[in-house]
Design a protein around this ligand. Structure first.
Ligand code: 0A1
Ligand code: ZN
Length: 879
């Protein structure tokens, strides 16, 4: 917390470190009231720079310095300078050793950054700049060092003592204490440091790498969670094998550990050899976790594991390069999940998320490039743009280069930069050198913010049998970037004949046609692609598989969209046609409550009946665009009108397709009752379709359907079915059934923090009237704590992000509530406070009176005293 204005950090001001830290020897003495951290830093002047000896500035925050020595000589207070952020001293030789001892108070660390306590255990979170809250250090990713870590603690309370690398020694100490020493043979930046001390149980397994090395795998949890480890462990083994096969990447230590903690700001952290996970992102059993949670765990375990190469072995030079590791690693985890599950469904889920949330970020006041140019607080840049758009950018490189050249590029990148801290340019250079493709223009994706727009028109010439697609690209202005240059945009297209089959595609000047999809490379502001030998006017299928993160506009007729929904060979574009029809239907209802929706509902009916269509895809097609997505389709969104129209459409679908949905629901539920629970993809798809059908059917509140829903809630043997039924009941007008179900659920799972998170969020996120009152009541619940990020997300976050009609009440009460929570949370956990602020920053997207009421609350926060840099930055950018 600081009162003066925080300093802007700029990419253009990057300079190499003056000094390097070759070895880091840490000793932690952990006690209940404090911890002592001794650090021995074996340092040298950076040999790449000249030999004069500038002052050494070590980063440090909230540390109480006990002792400082230079080359074994204790320094007196006039030999160094201390500020709230730095320790400065003057070295007298090129190579030297610094010894420091600091005292910190992990038990009072509510920001969950640095060393803190979660439940009864000690743990750390050092990315991005948490290590400076542990000891004085060069806390920047281009300073890489070899670490040894000794921890000591009370043996009864903390029988397990972990850190990065391999355990090299351990023993007993006086007064019931014990100690352990860990050595990490790989150089790493401080942000990858971790330690854990606690009373933990562990599930252990083994993995033999491709070259035959044996690796011990351990998943550490609180004893009560020991039966929730299998899926995380299975996911880890699958990830390890996949990374060997797909990228040729082997694991490099003898041991790989994961620890689950309940208090964690983010999802998980890739610390070298010792990943630390938010419990909600690794623990699962069928009785308590839904299929969606299972899939999330699989992808997050993979993500953190993949970082061992894309992030740890090759790391970032500075935090502007964050997407170097995050974009690439998200791309890798997406490929992995697509291989493990349904490819089309995975793509649909990812794109729906990207378009709803990242596109909104890119269109708002916080828009920034994949490689930002400046920041006040790096924690604010763990964004959808860095992660999800960054992954889309890597995906486009993959599309442009093709599988084989992309792999050669990634091999070259890892070989060239192993053990280094590098930049996004280095990544692109490796891709370019391996493929021979010039990526100079492509690099603009890293420096230009905003979602590009493609306006496409077509023209068919029956005489010449020529079909032309004219593509215009543009990109809206974003803060600090009024003008944009053309990007390289891979535009995957297909042309459908009258029967819905893919036509052979031949561009003018080509000698041969190809079948199916092809990628047009758009590089100019305006470009025309001419297909020859086209015997009939085709229906174009554009941006197949969402080949670029852009907004594409083409004036489809409703008939053409229905045709694509029925016939497109590209599963993604079938879904996309359905989404566009749904948006049109909702907009039509907003203009006229009696609008004719028969074309869309009829087409959905055909989808429900289509025996050839994958049920997973059916479920996606039946899932209407979310309210958040719809809001983004307006310049001045009226949330209440959007909500009413969307619900009206859902009800019409439910009423008109009731028989088809009811038959399919009953048969799916019957199978669920008959067969043993499985997390296999086909079972997951069946449950998803069953639950989507149920959510429509429940809108009718017909007695036989309510009975079926209650039965599913009470008797299903898995959380996927139970939670879907509970969600339907909570959002229904059936007071008795709802209260019964909520009470039963609460009784059964009162001691399971993760399930209680679900219980909180289903109520806080409900669109039924009285949302603010419900949320205030939930915050009084004994299991709620504002200090626990998962609870904040599942109550305050669910309210502001899901219960949109309640959050956006015209009287501004939802916004005032959120502002109060932000101010309170900012004193405890600035990172979380800045994150839950996001919904208010979108004020310009909304119609009056919401718009002004949101702005007013932002101003109120801006005027508060002692804002953290995190909240300060977000508020000031958004006003
Ligand atoms: N590198 C992690 C995410 C992460 C980032 C910051 C954190 O604390 C501020 C924690 C985790 C990942 O990509 O999974
Ligand atoms: Zn990551």
């Amino acid at each position: 917390m600081r009162t003066e204005q925080p300093q802007m950090i700029r990419l253009s001001a990057y300079q190499q470190p003056d000094y390097l830290i070759n070895e880091t020897h840490l000793t932690f003495e952990l006690y209940e009231e404090y911890a002592l951290v001794h650090a021995q830093l074996v340092m040298q002047r950076n040999p790449a720079l000249d030999t004069n000896l500038p002052p050494l500035h070590l980063d440090g925050q909230e540390l109480s310095l006990q002792r400082l020595a230079l080359n074994d000589r204790e320094l007196s207070a006039d030999e160094y300078q201390l500020s709230p952020y730095q320790l400065s001293l003057q070295p007298d030789s090129e190579a030297f050793v610094i010894d420091s001892t600091v005292r910190i108070e992990p038990q009072n660390n509510t920001a969950l950054e640095g060393l803190y306590k979660s439940g009864g255990m000690f743990c750390t979170q050092c990315e991005a700049e948490g290590f400076r809250k542990i000891t004085y250090y060069l806390d920047r990713p281009d300073v890489m060092s070899r670490f040894t870590t000794t921890l000591s603690a009370d043996k009864n309370r903390y029988p397990v003592l972990l850190s990065n690398g391999n355990l090299i020694a351990s023993g007993q100490a006086e007064e019931g204490r014990h100690w352990a020493t860990w050595e990490d043979p790989f150089k790493k930046p401080a942000y990858l440091f971790a330690l854990v001390a606690g009373d933990l149980w562990c599930v252990e397994d083994r993995f033999t790498t491709l070259s035959g090395r044996e690796v011990t795998l351990q998943l550490y949890v609180e004893p009560k969670n020991i039966d929730k480890c299998q899926h995380g462990m299975d996911s880890l083994k699958k990830s390890m094998r996949w990374d060997e096969e797909k990228y040729g990447r082997e694991y490099d230590l003898d041991i790989f550990m994961i620890v689950a903690v309940d208090d964690f700001n983010m999802g998980a952290m890739e610390n070298k050899g010792l990943n630390i996970f938010n419990s909600s992102c690794v623990l699962a059993k069928p009785e308590t976790a839904t299929d969606a949670t299972y899939q999330r765990i699989e992808s997050i375990v993979a993500h953190e594991y993949f970082h061992n190469w894309s992030g740890n072995r090759v790391t970032c030079r500075d935090w502007f390069q964050l997407s170097l590791k995050e974009g690439f690693t998200v791309f890798r985890d997406i490929q992995f999940s697509a291989d493990m599950n349904s490819k089309a469904v995975k793509r649909i889920e990812d794109v729906a998320y990207l378009r709803t949330h990242q596109f909104a970020e890119d269109a708002g006041p916080m828009a920034h490039p994949v490689r930002p140019e400046e920041y006040l607080e790096i924690s604010n840049f763990y964004t959808l743009t860095i992660y999800e758009k960054g992954a889309e950018v890597v995906r486009m490189i993959h599309t442009l280069l093709g599988e084989k050249a992309f792999r050669q590029g990634s091999d070259l990148y890892f070989a060239r930069h192993d053990g280094q801290a590098v930049t996004c340019d280095d990544f692109i250079q490796a891709m370019q050198d391996a493929s021979g493709q010039d990526l100079t223009q492509f690099k603009r994706w890293y420096s230009q913010a905003g979602t590009p727009v493609l306006n496409v028109t077509d023209h068919y010439d029956p005489q010449q049998q020529v079909y032309r697609l004219k593509v215009k690209q543009s990109c809206p202005a974003t803060p600090g970037q009024p003008d944009k240059a053309p990007l390289v945009i891979p535009l995957a297209v297909g042309l459908l004949d009258a029967k819905g089959r893919d036509l052979p595609l031949q561009l003018a000047g080509e000698t041969q046609a190809s079948i199916g999809t092809r990628v047009l490379v758009v590089t100019e502001a305006e470009q025309t692609f001419e297909f020859i030998k086209v015997t009939d006017a085709p229906v174009p299928s554009l941006l197949r598989d969402f080949s670029a993160p852009v907004n594409l506009f083409f004036a489809y007729s409703t008939e053409q969209l229905v045709f694509l929904l029925k016939h497109d060979s590209d599963g993604f574009n079938r879904w996309e046609a359905g989404q566009q029809l749904a948006v049109r239907a909702i907009k039509a209802l907003m203009a006229d409550a009696k609008a004719d929706l028969s074309a869309f509902i009829h087409a959905l009916g055909a989808v429900a009946q289509d025996p050839t269509l994958d049920v997973a895809l059916k479920a996606e097609i039946f899932s209407l665009p979310s309210e958040s997505y719809l809001i983004e389709q307006f310049t001045q969104a009226d949330v209440q009108a959007i909500h009413q129209a969307r619900e009206a459409l859902r009800l019409q679908i439910a009423v008109q397709l009731k028989d088809a949905l009811w038959t399919r629901y009953q048969s799916a539920r019957h199978i669920s009752q008959e067969v043993e629970y499985s997390a296999q993809a086909d079972h997951v798809a069946r449950r998803r379709w069953q639950n989507v059908a149920l959510s429509y059917l429940m809108l009718t509140e017909l007695p036989e359907i309510v009975l079926a829903c209650v039965d599913q809630f009470e008797h299903a043997d898995n959380m996927t079915e139970r939670f879907a039924a509970l969600t339907c009941l909570v959002n229904s007008s059936l007071c008795y059934e709802k209260q019964q179900a909520l009470a039963a659920f609460e009784r059964e799972f009162a001691d399971d923090a993760q399930v209680m998170d679900q219980w909180f969020s289903v109520q806080a996120g409900s669109f039924l009237k009285g949302g603010l009152g419900r949320v205030k009541t939930l915050m009084q619940h004994p299991k709620f704590s504002i200090k626990n990020p998962n609870k904040v997300r599942s109550v305050i976050g669910a309210f502001a992000n899901q219960s949109l009609v309640n959050f956006h009440q015209a009287d501004g009460s939802g916004y005032a509530f959120l502002a109060e929570q932000i101010l309170q949370l900012d004193r405890l956990n600035p990172q979380m406070a800045a994150r839950i602020l996001a919904p208010l920053t979108r004020w310009q997207r909304f119609a009056e009176p919401q718009r002004s009421a949101m702005k007013k609350q932002l101003q109120r926060i801006q005027q508060a005293e002692q804002l953290s840099p995190d909240v300060y930055e977000v508020v000031n950018k958004s006003l």
